[in-house]
Every structure is written in C-alpha cells, then in structure tokens.
Design a protein around this ligand. Sequence first.
Ligand code: SF4
Length: 247
Amino acid sequence: MTAEKRLQEIRKEIEVCHACPLAKGRDRSVPGEGPARVDILFIGEAPGFHENRQGKPFVGQAGQFLDELLKAAGVDRSQVFITNVVKCRPPNNRDPLPEELQACQVYLDEQIALLQPKVIVTLGRISMGKFINMGRISSIHGKTHNVNGQKVVTMYHPAAALHQPALRQTLIEDFARLKKFISTDAQAETPAPTPKPVLKTDQEPGPKPSSVPEPQAKPQETPSAEPVKAEPAQPETPKPPEQLSLF
Ligand code: SF4
C-alpha cells in the first residue's frame, strides 16, 4: 500500500474514531492535510472552534497568521502537512488531557512514519512536549533538536501572537529560518539523542512550568550535553470558543 493510500485510510479512521471522550463533543474530527511526502510537517495542539466546524487544521485566526508566516518564509502551504497531536476539539479549547494524548498518538505516529518529513515543526508547548522533555518554549523556540534521528524544530503556536502581540515578531523571525531548517546541511543545535523519552539539549532546566505565554526574548544557543527536566502540559482555565489554547 502506498503512503498516500494509507494516509487516506487513517483519515477515515480518525473521522469515525471514538477512542477517547473528545469524540462526544466534536462536530468534525481534524485528521490534518497535505501531500503524502513533505519536507515539513507542522504539528499543533488540537482543533479549535473553526477547525471543529470545517474539519480542517488551522483555518481560524491562528491559521490565517500561519498562512502569513508561511508566505513570508517563501513556503507554500500546499507543500507542507499540517496536523495536531489530538484530532478532536477539547471542550472550551482546554489543553488535551494525558489520556486523550495517549489515545490519539497512534494516528500522529503513523502519519509521521508515512510522511517521513525532513523537519517536524512543533507549534506550541503541547506538541513540543511530544518530542522534547525539557526546557521551556521561551528558551528553545526556533531551535532544532535531534530526536532519535528526526530533526524537530520547536516554535510558538501562532495563536500565541494573537494573545501576546510581542510574540508576533518572534514567530516571524523563527519562520524566516524554515528553509534553512530543511537544508540537508543544517545540523541540529542539540546533541545526539538518547532513547525515548529522550533528549539531550542545549538548555538548562527551565523554571517551574506555566501555562501563560512567555516573553519573546531570544535564547542563548550555547550547546550543553546536560539533559533537562520535562515540561508537563498544564491544564488551563477554559477559554471562550473563539480563543485558541496553545502557546
Ligand atoms: S481525539 Fe483522537 S483518539 Fe480521541 S476521539 Fe478524536 S481521533 Fe479518536
């Protein structure tokens, strides 16, 4: 079976999936969209209000900003794959629960295996947490990491700039490096990986995790072989439907 055909099958499986309670509250699941082979795979957190209605990823305000970022970076949205760590909208856009992430990860894992992207770009701290068990997004945004041989770049979620305009320029600057990230010459800025849950990084342990978006100050990129602590997902106060929950 070709990768394209299997991706289509996964889409159909997600559309009827009831493996976690999020199925009860959805209008439509959002499997993701893009070609079967891509250089860049973007992974966000979860569908929001508009995504839940349309069944497509990143179609709300954050999606419009993502489109702007891609255009400014000279990357065609039709040539990348965009999905989320969970495929159904959590109530009031709250963070996905660990059991929901666990139930849904089989789909994302197979999508990654089929797509074989040169670079995975995580958007926000929830998707970052799937790959990077250390640091804070304010410290490691815009950096590349070698995660078991897969190049992963951590970025803020575009919705972060909607709530904290100061992050807009940070995202623009990080996205401006997208083509560099997919270059075969570009090396990960972090050391070689260890087995999952992985990661050696270039950062010292971050302060206590917070669900609040953080300042956009550019981090130091001095390498270090010290592994650092995980930054677990933190539940947040429910937000109005039009808000996106991820930073
Ligand atoms: S979030 Fe994932 S596991 Fe849960 S119902 Fe939707 S597709 Fe299934």
